[in-house]
Ligand binder design. Structure first.
Ligand code: ATP
Ligand code: LTN
Length: 331
């Protein structure tokens, strides 16, 4: 018997330049998964406006992020890769599901708490209800698995809760998705404060390395990475700075922690930081080169995102229609 290929959905906000954290926590997995699954990826530009964006910047960031993700290896022949605002079912389903999500549930979302602290002058309703838009993104495609970093786990639990609630009020409508979180690299930390996650919107640019960053800056940032006052390279729960560098090095080179400890035995932090920087650079250079090609070819980019949006619209309409019928709308 032929088994149906599982569906994967994930998205990233075009809210700044994509970081090494985004890459190791999420994107790297997207690329692997597209070989064996039915993959749908999106640039979540609707999510990005929960924080004030300059129109010109948002357009530029969206196109650049599109080219960059192609350069990272998303293949539009294998996967659907669209821009969220091009497919209108997302906002439609999000409104309906808002009415099946409790205020209390959204109040517990830690990303809302963090972002409202960070943007205290603009705690808009979209920032509060944003997880429901993410729920809609996922449920529209009858998604089985969602590759994400661990910071998104709580939103995925909400997705499961809302899907189960809707299915039990009516009848099975949505597939209840599972998170797919990497064992290593699920949460890359800031290079300046290793107790905080690396984030593309952090106001301190030294805290992150972006995929398109030039090699000199990458080396500088790793050399300046905040670590403790010891000097031996070993994994220890009380050394978040060095742990973070070990995780990055391990994700990039495939080496295990004990191999890394052996490699840098007696060599001190300085040498280790330089080696981490070098390994990141050699991994990123081919991606940067491909990016330069893709970003020049606006026609190709447009062809890819338009064709993908059509496919996504077609698939997601089916789910939306089912939902509308069940809720009682005349369609
Ligand atoms: P912002 O700073 O605008 O909130 P972000 O850097 O947190 O952005 P998102 O667009 O919210 O990035 O996330 C895209 C994907 O990258 C998600 O799957 C998320 O879990 C993952 N991700 C984000 N930051 C990290 C990190 N530091 N380590 C591992 N994965 C991450
Ligand atoms: N909310 C996510 C980005 C995102 C997403 C999604 C991830 C939007 N929709 C659907 C997985 C599935 C974020 O801010 N990191």
């Amino acid at each position: 018997m032929e088994t149906k290929q599982k569906t994967i959905f994930s998205a990233i906000q075009p809210s700044g330049s994509i970081t090494l954290g985004n890459y190791l926590g999420a994107i790297k997995n997207w690329i692997t998964l597209q070989e064996n699954f039915n993959c749908i990826f999106s640039l979540a530009d609707l999510h990005a406006i929960t924080v004030r964006q300059e129109a010109k910047e948002l357009r530029k960031n969206t196109l650049e992020a599109y080219a960059l993700l192609l350069a990272c290896g998303i293949d539009p022949q294998k996967s659907i890769f669209f821009i969220q605002s091009h497919v209108n079912t997302h906002t439609q389903l999000a409104w309906i599901l808002d009415c099946y999500t409790q205020f209390g549930e959204l109040s517990r979302m830690t990303q809302f708490k963090d972002k409202s602290k960070k943007h205290a002058d603009n705690i808009n309703c979209g920032l509060f209800t944003y997880p429901v838009l993410m729920v809609a993104d996922i449920l529209l495609y009858q998604t089985d698995m969602v590759p994400i970093g661990s910071d998104q786990k709580q939103h995925l639990e909400l997705t499961r809760t809302v899907a189960e609630r809707f299915n039990s009020i009516y009848s099975p409508t949505f597939t209840v998705p599972e998170p797919y979180i990497p064992k290593s690299g699920a949460k890359i930390m800031s290079l300046q404060d290793p107790t905080k996650k690396m984030s593309k919107s952090d106001s301190n640019a030294n805290s992150r390395v972006s995929i398109l960053e030039n090699p000199d800056d990458i080396i500088k940032k790793f050399k300046r990475a905040v670590t403790d006052s010891e000097s031996s390279v070993r994994y220890d729960k009380n050394k978040p700075g060095i742990n973070n560098l070990m995780i990055i090095y391990s994700c990039i080179t495939g080496k295990k922690f004990d191999e890394i400890e052996k490699e840098f035995d007696g060599r001190g932090y300085g040498e280790f930081k330089a080696a981490v920087g070098e390994s990141v650079i050699s991994h990123l250079i081919p991606i940067q080169n491909k990016y330069k090609e893709f970003i020049k070819d606006k026609e190709y980019l447009e062809k890819c995102y338009k064709e993908s949006a059509e496919k996504a619209q077609y698939i997601s309409n089916k789910t939306l229609n089912k939902v509308m019928k069940k809720v009682g709308f005349i369609i």
